[in-house]
Structures are given as C-alpha cells and as structure tokens.
Design a protein around this ligand. Sequence first.
Ligand SMILES: NC(=O)c1ccc[n+]([C@@H]2O[C@H](COP(=O)([O-])OP(=O)(O)OC[C@H]3O[C@@H](n4cnc5c(N)ncnc54)[C@H](OP(=O)(O)O)[C@@H]3O)[C@@H](O)[C@H]2O)c1
Length: 270
Amino acid sequence: MDLGLAGRTCAVTGASRGIGRETALALCAEGANVLLVARDELRLREVQEEAVGAGLKAGGRAAVLALDVTTAEAGERILAVASEYFGGLDVLVNNAGSASWRDLDDVPDEDWRAQYELNVMAPLRAMRAAAPAMAERGWGRIVNVCSTAGKRPSAAMPEYSVAKAAELSLSRLFADRYAKTGVLVNAICPGPTESEMWMAPGGLLDQSREMSGAETREEALAEAGSKRPIGRLAAAEEIAGAIVFLCSERASYVAGAAWSVDGGTVQVII
Ligand SMILES: NC(=O)c1ccc[n+]([C@@H]2O[C@H](COP(=O)([O-])OP(=O)(O)OC[C@H]3O[C@@H](n4cnc5c(N)ncnc54)[C@H](OP(=O)(O)O)[C@@H]3O)[C@@H](O)[C@H]2O)c1
C-alpha cells in the first residue's frame, strides 16, 4: 500500500526516543521530510542520522529542533522551523510525554499542572499554530498520542490519566472544527509500551516492581504483560505503525477517532 507520504512535511514531538523516534524513522522511510522535536539535542542528532539512513531509498529527509514543547511559543516555533527547512507543515504528531506511578494522595499541585501543560497546553498551542496553515493548503493530518489511561483512568497515574483524558477531548474539538477543511485530527491510545518510559532504570517497570513486590524486572515485566489480553507490552514500532497510518493519505476517512493500540487492555468495543 502506498501511504502517499513521500514529500510530505511532518513534525514529531518527543522524537528523541521511544514511540516518537520510531514514528519519525517510519515517516522518513516513506519519503517524508521530518522535523524531530524534543529537548535533548544530542539524542535528536543521533535520531536524525538514523532517519536520514532510513529515508535514503524513498528520499526522506530529517531536521532537528531542540525545544521544550511546554514553552509558550513552541507551537509557532515548530511551524516556523518546519516551513524554513521544508516549506510548510502537512503532518503534526503531538507525542512528547512523561509519566510516573504515584498514589492519588501523593501528587502535588505542580505535578497536576505540569501534566496539563505537557498533554493539553503543548498540543493545543501546536495545533493552534499548525491547523489553520494546513487548512489553507487544503490538506493536513494531526495525531495526538494519548493513552489507555485517558480512556479509563489508571489508579497508579492520576495526574497523567486526567491530562490524557483532556487531550482526547481537545483532539475531538479540533477534529470537529477542521474536518471539512481537509485537516484530519485523530488520537492514538497506546497501552504499556517498552520504550524508555517503561524500561529505563527508575522507569515505570522499576516503579511497578516496587509496588507489586516482584523479585526481578523480568517478573515485573511478565506480570505487567499478563494483565493485557494479548499477554505482553507493546514494542514502540507497533504504536508507530498506527500513528503513521493516521498521518497518511490512506486515512482519508478517519476523523475524530481515538484508536486504541493496547493489546486489548481497555475492554470496550466502542
Ligand atoms: N510507553 C508507554 O507505555 C505509553 C503508554 C501510553 C501512552 N504513551 C504516550 O506515548 C508518548 C511517547 O511516550 P514514550 O513511551 O515514547 O516515552 P519516552 O520513551 O519516555 O519518550 C518521551 C519523549 O518525549 C520527549 N519529551 C518529554 N517532555 C518533553 C518536553 N517538555 N518537550 C519536548 N519533548 C519532551 C522526550 O525527549 P526529551 O527528554 O529529549 O525532551 C522523549 O523524546 C507519550 O505521550 C506517552 O504519554 C506511552
């Protein structure tokens, strides 16, 4: 299937690792020009090198923007830098995120606010900057990477769950506003995924191990996997595959959706 992404310009936030990195590499391999956005410039440069390699055959290119997406001007900067490098912006993937496990009683106000900034204000500002320009060109795709926790709150991730639920609502608002203009806005809700968010030392795996009392990381991983109908965590490229499809020409009749890519974790069919 030709995804029709060759020559399209895409911005992916949180592209320095995990789901964002895999998404950027796959977009480049389809021949897209990709702006890689995150805070860690060194890691972005490494991904840029990989992306250029992945894009060689199809003509995909990659550029880097070191940026904290929670800053007030971040949305405008993403649009301006994508336009400067590649002449515009066709596709925006709001993927930057972070998470930790805590009890509802232990989350201070500043952490509730920080998750809201990262999952609501940052995608809002990026969409507010990018969507009108896409609409003017008559074509656009926006994918907001939310979470199963946004569909059904996770007791261990209270402020994250509430912010992701708000991000789903925000996605739907933009989808309704822009669908007629050719700009299609959708959300992806990943289940637990073996990115650094889970697997890095001190990440969600170690935190879940502490909470569950599992003896080893392997045991904690198997236990976390066993809670999903599919029996394991996702690989980052399994989430990226669904994101890339929603970014593509082929997703031309999908708008306002919140696709679960969670191995059956959230057990609803609608
Ligand atoms: N992994 C999971 O189990 C899972 C499940 C459901 C949903 N998700 C969602 O999927 C998305 C990607 O997660 P992941 O698993 O790939 O996590 P990850 O491996 O920890 O990567 C997170 C990415 O976000 C970037 N980032 C974080 N804060 C940022 C900020 N303020 N400004 C710019 N970039 C920022 C990080 O780069 P820098 O540190 O370089 O800035 C990194 O590139 C997130 O929205 C997450 O909530 C993940």
